[in-house]
Ligand binder design. Structure first.
Ligand SMILES: [Zn+2]
Ligand SMILES: [Zn+2]
Ligand SMILES: [Zn+2]
Length: 436
């Protein structure tokens, strides 16, 4: 489900971009988000809709000079499994039948993931199985600088540390666009840091706490969170959950006049006038849209904060530490010695077999489609030659990336850029060329 309200909250930070502008980027893709949606949307007469779309999307990404790294789901985190089990039991009662259904669902999904892996490796594209959630592994790679961004529909990626998320890639090749969200813009424009997003997940609801903190409203929580400094959110929530607040009660909002918006009811104002409007009796109030500055309104956000605090304190079953740990735990792929190999030449024969057997494509149609890769293969081959401008080489060739704890931040593109910089300076051409 992801974090409730998240996409609508970060919407103002969204930039629509032609996918062509992502040329030269290496992106981690949360494979399951495409597989699940494709199998739900496309008409049933199309064989293996998830494989069909995976082919066309991968072809489009490669044509646009993007090196896709497909991330497959690993084991669901223990905390999520517990939450799912509790939810099932609340709905259907404690039965062992639901557990069986769940494991069947998972093995069916494993089969689908294997089909995707087979197709992708025939296309020369690498797949990596995450330890836990795929969006978490995408985010982890992005945070470490191993990839330039993530493609996912799951907003949890930001909470796991993603820096740039691409969403809603169109399938229309004539208008191949996507939505870009960067954490820099979310932080600078919306004043929402990663820890504030984790706080939102706890208050509004997420995979690890589906109902959030009951009774907390979106708007008032956002007003309260906006008053916090970045980096403080989780400490604040932890203290709210563990310490009872000193205030005995939160004052109720006094009645306000519906005309002038000042304290006092409309009836009283009509009878005796309003002090702030300086109207006397029988004068009546003029309608106003100005904010009220009475004592209660001056303290409104503070009272909203106290109300939320009280609800957080009362939610005893909330395991804040565990949820925070889950989002902050950054080891979602086997890093030591893990290898991300770049795109390599497709295996045409294997692809034709999959296309005719699984996708039920005619062989001439399949052959025509795989030819879409030809320009990319050609440029890729050209870039490996000696006389190819070294400053452009890294846009066509991604190097193998070995993940290890110390070197995790060093990406192949940085290495390539470093190389281009060094040699480019000698010829004096590098400064004129930069990657967008
Ligand atoms: Zn009034
Ligand atoms: Zn008034
Ligand atoms: Zn007021």
């Amino acid at each position: 489900m992801g974090v409730k309200y998240l996409w609508s909250i970060v919407e103002p930070a969204c930039k629509e971009k032609p996918v062509g502008e992502l040329f030269g980027k290496r992106l981690a893709i949360d494979t399951s988000c495409w597989v699940v949606s494709d199998n739900q949307i496309l008409p049933s007469h199309i064989a293996k809709p998830h494989l069909r779309n995976l082919f066309f999307r991968t072809a489009s990404l490669l044509e646009n000079g993007i090196d896709p790294i497909y991330i497959l789901e690993g084991k669901a985190p223990e905390l999520k499994a517990q939450v799912m089990k509790k939810r099932r039991e609340a709905k259907f009662g404690p039965t062992c039948g639901s557990a069986t259904n769940n494991s069947t669902g998972r093995s069916r999904y494993k089969y689908v993931q294997q089909e995707c892996t087979d197709l992708l490796s025939a296309l020369g594209v690498v797949t990596i199985t995450s330890i836990g959630e795929a969006e978490a592994a995408c985010a982890g790679l992005n945070l470490q600088g191993a990839v330039d961004g993530c493609i996912t529909v799951d907003g949890d990626a930001f909470l796991y540390g993603a820096q740039t998320v691409y969403r809603n890639l169109s399938t229309d090749i004539n208008n191949f666009v996507c939505q870009e969200y960067s954490m820099d813009i979310i932080e600078s424009r919306l004043n929402l840091s990663r820890d504030k997003l984790v706080a939102m997940a706890i208050l509004f609801g997420c995979d690890y706490l589906p109902d959030g903190v009951p009774g907390v409203g979106k708007e008032s929580a956002l007003r309260v969170i906006s008053t916090w400094k970045n980096g403080q959110a989780l400490e604040i929530l932890k203290s709210w959950h563990s310490e009872k607040m000193d205030e005995d009660s939160i004052p109720l909002r006094p009645p306000h006049c519906s005309q002038c918006k000042h304290p006092g009811s409309l009836r009283v104002h009509a009878k005796s006038g309003c002090l702030l409007c300086k109207t006397s009796c029988y004068g009546g109030c003029e309608p106003s849209n100005k904010a009220c500055h009475c004592k209660w309104h001056e303290n409104e956000i503070r009272y909203e904060e106290l109300a939320i605090r009280e609800k957080v304190y009362r939610l005893k079953e909330l395991d804040l530490e565990k949820i925070v740990d889950e989002f902050k735990n950054e080891v979602h792929i086997q890093r030591n010695g893990g290898v991300i190999r770049p795109w390599q030449m497709p295996c045409i024969q294997t692809f034709l077999n999959i296309a005719t057997k699984k996708l039920k494509w005619e062989s001439h149609y399949a052959a025509e489609k795989i030819l879409r890769f030809e320009p990319w293969i050609y440029l890729h081959g050209l870039a490996t030659q000696k006389n190819f401008p070294v400053t452009l080489r890294y846009r066509f060739i991604f190097e193998e990336l070995i993940l290890d704890e110390q070197e995790g931040k060093k990406t192949s593109n940085e290495l390539c850029r470093g190389l281009a910089n060094k040699e480019g300076e000698e010829t004096g051409t590098f400064s004129k060329l930069s990657r967008h």
